[in-house]
Write a new protein. Structure first.
Length: 190
């Protein structure tokens, strides 16, 4: 009685043909991979950043100046600030670069400042400022030590602001000939 291995060895061509058929059948089963598939694409996805810019109707110029003030005198000036960017933003104004000619009796301590928001507008016709307009700051120029919030501006919003400075009636002789200068800086942040 021959063993199975001995029978296969006795007929090598037949054994080789059988192995070839088995290998081909296995390759076809693996290679045909009858799986379903589908594909879809969304091309040209694009992303851009918005812009945050502003315009100042008195850019690099004073909003107001007053000479030869005596206690009780006032001076008023206006400025238009616009969000010229493509996104909304929070705006603020601050007092920077304050100088006083007399450090013992700084005039800025006696200059009362009121900043009013006269309203939004478009085009060239600005709103008229009146007593009912909301104040964004009331106090002395010296006390305006932090940024004052002006609220949110949508893209293309434009506001007129009125600045009124009054030389306090309590100022005495020690303020004669004094002067004070400051810069008002506008900021927008997202």
């Amino acid at each position: 009685m021959k063993t199975r291995l001995a029978r296969l060895a006795a007929q090598p061509k037949r054994t080789l043909a059988g192995l070839t058929v088995v290998l081909l059948a296995g390759g076809l089963a693996v290679g045909s991979g009858a799986n379903f598939s589908a594909q879809s694409a969304n091309p040209s996805n694009q992303f851009t950043a918005g812009t945050l810019t502003m315009s100042n109707s008195k850019d690099n110029a004073a909003i107001l100046t007053a000479s030869n003030m005596k206690p009780g005198d006032s001076a008023t000036g206006t400025v238009d600030i616009a969000n010229t960017g493509s996104i909304g933003s929070t705006f603020s104004v601050s007092r920077t670069a304050l100088t006083n000619s007399d450090s013992t009796n700084p005039m800025a301590n006696k200059l009362n400042l009121v900043i009013k928001d006269c309203g939004t507008f478009s085009g060239t016709t600005a709103p008229t400022c009146d007593a009912g307009d909301p104040s964004r700051y009331t106090g002395t120029i010296a006390a305006m030590s932090s940024a004052q919030s002006l609220g949110s501006y949508a893209a293309n919003d434009k506001h007129r602001y009125e600045f009124t400075v009054t030389f306090d009636g309590s100022a005495g002789n020690e303020y004669q000939g004094d002067s004070s200068t400051t810069t008002f800086t506008w900021d927008a942040a997202q």
